[in-house]
Write a protein of this length. Structure first.
Length: 78
């Protein structure tokens, strides 16, 4: 059964690398990352995360590629 949608957006969702560091850096400081992770995000996806946490149902209009990045985005939406 389909749910009613409270908010619909048209926009981009992206995939990007995140460097995981052991602590926050100070001014002019450099540090080595412990590891790198790949996460889905982008303005639309980040906005939806907050809207869903507030209890609303969301809908998204856009295209997702059939490549590895597209699969990461689909998994994050699920």
């Amino acid at each position: 059964m389909a749910k009613n949608v409270d908010v619909v957006r048209i926009g981009s969702c992206t995939v990007g690398p995140f460097a995981i560091v052991p602590r926050l850096l100070g001014p002019e400081e450099t540090i080595s990352a412990d590891r790198m992770e790949i996460h889905a995000g982008g303005v639309t996806a980040n906005n939806f995360t907050q809207i869903v946490r507030l209890g609303a149902y969301t809908g998204w209009l856009g295209l997702i590629g059939g490549d590895e990045n597209g699969l990461i985005i689909q998994k994050a939406f699920t």
